[in-house]
Design a protein around this ligand. Sequence first.
Ligand SMILES: *Cc1c(COP(=O)(O)O)cnc(C)c1O
Length: 360
Amino acid sequence: MTRVFNFSAGPATLPESVLRQAADEMLDWHGSGMSVMEMSHRGKEYMSIHAEAQSDLRELLAIPANYKVLFLQGGAIGQNAFVPMNLYRGKASADYVNTGEWSKKSITEARKYGIVNVVASSEPSGFTSIPKQDTWKLDPNAAYVHICSNETIGGMQYHWTPDMGDVPLVADMSSEILSKPIDVSCYGLIYCGAQKNIGPAGLTLVIVREDLIGQAMPITPSVFDLKQQSDNDSMLNTPPTYAIYIAGLVFKWLKKQGGLKAIEEHNRVKAALLYDYLDSQTFYSCPIAKDDRSLMNVPFKLKDESLDEAFLKGAKERGMLQLKGHRSVGGMRASIYNAMPKEGVQALVAYMKEFQKQHA
Ligand SMILES: *Cc1c(COP(=O)(O)O)cnc(C)c1O
């Protein structure tokens, strides 16, 4: 068996030890005589998996007691509707910051449910930097302020936490959740699809402050109603049980790595390997402002685009896959989430040097 270095932006690489454990437990979970996939979500075995995943996540992120953790479905794209339906709370408008492709999707969807004010945008910089908070044209009466804390396609990440005072801050953290410690109390609601940095596709994680629950628009589908899902511990309908089980194994793996401070350090080292090399020569380049570069998704371009195909082919031959940039921006993108080992990034940089030598 050969495992490749998978640089996919999502669904993305998972820790090998997690996959091995899942394989070992596939047919018979802990002597139950069945796979987690086959268990009743109301049975005591599955309920213990569900509860343990929740408590491990709470421990990892130090989630305060007045926040609920929900395991939902519908992806981050679903959250683009879920958030306005639950959080407008009768207010006239919501504020959104546009830092790229994922922010734009959130803005377009929210406009179906209410007035959206785009209070700041990365557009003037060609989506290469995050607008500083003192330039945001905030409305103190906004229902909430929405940001995408890591733009997976563009490769920009907030390395600071916006301070919105009494207005709840909502963040799409799909591609950075659990990559570093965060202060959950700074947010009203955090959401993410699991398939970047947590586990399999199909699980959507929501962390929400309790006082924001219970004011959904009357049109809100029951499965999207914060209060109904929270009252039913995310089991208003059948939750994505197997995805939650794998996420739970990933949470345990993270604890074993030393928690989020340790994983952040690891992520910084990996990203620095790549960015330092990108900045040391001119054959490749990264367009993103240094202060706003993502530690998770590293976009880069070859000076001579006509070499792109040859670059990707050589990478594939060396067991490095999914390096092609998103079709909307072109070039390359290396996604280096928690589960990407340092050896993967070292192999990539070594190959980039070799390729440069051959073609410079
Ligand atoms: C991948 C991604 C999404 C889309 O998530 P789905 O689970 O496919 O709905 C939204 N936002 C960000 C930041 C993402 O990286």
